[in-house]
Design a protein around this ligand. Sequence first.
Ligand SMILES: [Zn+2]
Ligand SMILES: [Zn+2]
Length: 103
Amino acid sequence: MIFIGGIGPRRKKLEGQPRICSNCGLSQAYLVRTDDYLSLFFIPIFRIRKGQSFVECERCGHIADETGKVYAAGTDLQAIRCHRCGETLEKGFNYCPHCGAER
Ligand SMILES: [Zn+2]
Ligand SMILES: [Zn+2]
C-alpha cells in the first residue's frame, strides 16, 4: 500500500456572514483563518496548527485584521516576505495569511 500524505495549509471561513470591506466597500469580506492540516490521500485528517484569523475580501483580496486594522500591501515599507510561500507579509501578522506559516 502506498502512503500519500502530507502537511498543507487550509483556508477556513470562520463566519458565514460577510463583513464590509474597508477597501472596496462591498460586503464580501470574510473572517478566515489558515490552519495547517495533516492530509491523507488529499483528504485533510486533522489540524496540526491553528493560524491567525484575519478578514479577507473575496472581491479585491484586501486583508485586514479582526479589529478592522488595515494591512494594505505595498504601503508598509517594513513588510517582509513569507519564508514558506514568498508572499508579502505585512507586519502585525504572526502567521502568514497566505499559507499559515509562522513568521
Ligand atoms: Zn474589497
Ligand atoms: Zn506564506
